[in-house]
Design a binder for this molecule. Sequence first.
Ligand code: GLN
Length: 200
Amino acid sequence: MKIGILALQGAVREHRSVLQKLGAETKDILNPEDLQKIDGLILPGGESTACGKLLVRYNLIEPIAEAGRSGLPIFGTCTGLILLAKHINNSSQYRLGLMDVRVERNAFGRQIDSFETDMSIPVLGDKPFHTVFIRAPYIVQADSNVEILLEYDGKILLAEQNNLLAAAFHPELTKDTRLHEYFLRKVKSAKKYLERGRDF
Ligand code: GLN
């Protein structure tokens, strides 16, 4: 199983080491050609305005959006969630616009820009998951085709829409690999439907 990691900026290394620990092959994505022959894609956290501009500069917006529309499993964390969203409050920044959600950036307010806490995420089992939020966004509104996997205090923090998975927090910064394993299971089941070696 080969997983691409968008490597323009942000927490690339951390995702790479979790995936490798789980036995997946990884490939840094910097050009449209890099999207060929990957089975899934991770959009790491970073800074979404900068990352959107880099996506444009590297001609990656449309190829990634098209791959996502064709069923390539994509997992966005933090900035990755913002890039996946169709709607971003008060912003016209570049995005992939694949998920039927509306996000608010830097949504947790100044005093608690960054924090960590344990959350119960039913799809990951009984043991709480340690979530790390760094100037995090959250989903303020999701269409009915979006499955909400974690919501706290009216804030949607983890959601899924078919082949797309998006987290407001940073699972790659903890030792707990269950969310990456969850994504790899999605990739495995999507592989059954997608031709092996297909060019996205
Ligand atoms: N605050 C960043 C943004 O709006 C996201 C932060 C992150 O990815 N940790 O893009």
